[in-house]
Ligand binder design. Sequence first.
Ligand code: MN
Length: 324
Amino acid sequence: MIEFHRAVLSTVYLCLDVKSTMIQVVGHTNPDSDSICSALVAAEWLKAARGYDTVALAQGEPTGESAFILEQAGVAAPAICETVAGQQVWLVDFTDLSQAPKGIEDAEVVGVIDHHRLGDLITANPLEAWIWPVGCCSTILYNLFVMENIEISRANAVLMLGAICSDTVAFRSPTCTEKDVIAAEALAKIAGLDLEAFCEELMLVKTNLNGLSIASLVDRDLKKFPVKDDFVVVGQIEIASFDQVTDKIEALQEELAGRCASGELKLAALMVTNISTSVTKLLFQGEWSNMLAEHASETNIVEMENTLSRKKQGWPWLQTVLGA
Ligand SMILES: [Mn+2]
């Protein structure tokens, strides 16, 4: 009997051994502030709540907005993720393989924190998954800290607050829920920040396009979506006035057309969203452009009123038009 217990115990220790390897926590391609901040915070939450060894990674450099939040929090940017092959991974802010790092097919996804539709990820083993239809991953994370009764540091509070204000466009987006507002108010208190002033400053940084090349404007929040057996990409830039982009539209259209040149992408689109008026101009190029033509107000531009969110408005509309 004792021998039996020993055998069971050594099996348990073996399992624990597996868990003691470094877990990589990573957000989606072309990382936005949520992907950067939530990866950092999730790595801390996993250390505190699960006792794991973790490292936060990002699939790209922080945007100006993310850099602002990191600076406010006094936290360094996550290291760049080269490959996750052979690693145990937690995904934050996505479950679509098209937004995953290299080597994902040879990695073990052991956890997910996300607020998007469930993507095409399939796992070999049971995983821990926290997927809520809220405005931001960090809102879920805030609730996970509360659930596990773990104290939230000022740095983590600033990171989560920044991610929530960014993803919900200062609570204006239709993706914003009551849970996001409650989390942000609590986090602002912990961070010792005035919520309104912080949001205002963040929106100024978010809509600042100074010094950004045409290619980087297309890339900064570009997401690739599978449609039947093909792919389309949809980016988004947020501005405070269309005057900021009037002289860039032609170059942006050329850049989008260039993205479709190889034939791999059937459509390349960019939502140019005025967050002051909630008007989005959807620029589009590629083989499937003809499907959008009847909706266009100008050549290769669809104007969409009351449209701030790609996830809830832009992309669902495109899916319908493309018959996806
Ligand atoms: Mn997000």
